[in-house]
Design a protein around this ligand. Structure first.
Ligand code: PXP
Length: 236
């Protein structure tokens, strides 16, 4: 398994005061120096953390891959087609949410997704669908031509250490196996931390974990280098 680091919350901190500190680009560089295989940024519709100029700078100056998380909108499609990031992860987006709640409903809007994903894939961009670990959504992701799914691990993370943990974990394991049988590559992320991440090793064939909040939080106490190295060592 490899580690993608989501650096949105470096921008959250910067935006708390305006100005340029802490630098999102420096954070990206430190993450890749410490073993991150990709850098993820979520350019939200309301630009609450990452801004357009951050994405531009990161895409120009990082040595690893930029994974652009974005909603299924015309505005984001234009940006992706101009920027040509290595990969795009399509996510649902609601204005009032604190973070991405639940996976994208691909099955419920199959035609729209087929067209949207087709435009990205034709431009040479790898597409990943951020979905709940659900058979119907896996099938719909395959159908629309995406090469990857990213399983939403939020329910597993919330259930960790409770009676529901096994049930939620099994959903991830089953969906990953099914997706791989269909020829999809499988990533996972959301809510993973230094404890609950360890069970990801029990899911065969997982490609990449995308982790943000727990790493940036730990960085406050131990520094970003160490926070990334510790997570990298837990998942490799
Ligand atoms: N993957 C996706 C698609 C996300 O939307 C997020 C949160 O922005 C993450 C991974 C990372 O989640 P967390 O910050 O909880 O590690």
């Amino acid at each position: 398994m490899i580690l993608g680091v989501n650096i949105d919350h470096v921008a959250t901190l910067r935006n708390a005061r305006g100005g340029v500190e802490p630098s999102v680009l420096d954070a990206a560089r430190i993450c890749e120096k410490c073993g991150a295989s990709s850098i993820t940024t979520h350019l939200r519709e309301d630009r609450r953390h990452i801004k357009d100029e951050d994405v531009d700078a990161i895409s120009k100056f990082i040595k690893t891959d930029l994974n652009l998380e974005m909603a299924v909108t015309d505005e984001m499609l234009d940006i992706a087609l101009k920027l040509k990031p290595h990969s795009v992860c399509l996510v649902p987006e609601k204005r009032q949410e604190v973070t991405t709640e639940g996976g994208l409903d691909v099955a419920g809007q199959q035609d729209k997704m087929n067209e949207f994903v087709g435009k990205l894939v034709n431009a040479g961009i790898i597409v990943s669908m951020f979905i709940d670990p659900d058979k119907k959504q896996v099938e719909a992701s395959k159908k629309c031509g995406a090469q990857f799914i990213e399983m939403h691990t939020g329910s597993y993370a919330n259930a960790f250490g409770t009676d529901k943990e096994e049930e939620e974990f099994l959903k991830l394991k089953t969906a990953a196996k099914y997706a791989q049988e269909l020829g999809l590559k499988v990533n996972a992320g959301h809510g993973l931390n230094y404890t609950n991440v360890k069970r990801m090793h029990e899911i065969e064939g997982l490609y990449e974990l995308n982790i943000g909040h727990s790493i940036i939080s730990r960085a406050i106490f131990v520094g970003l280098e160490q926070a990334v190295i510790e997570m990298r060592d837990l998942i490799k």
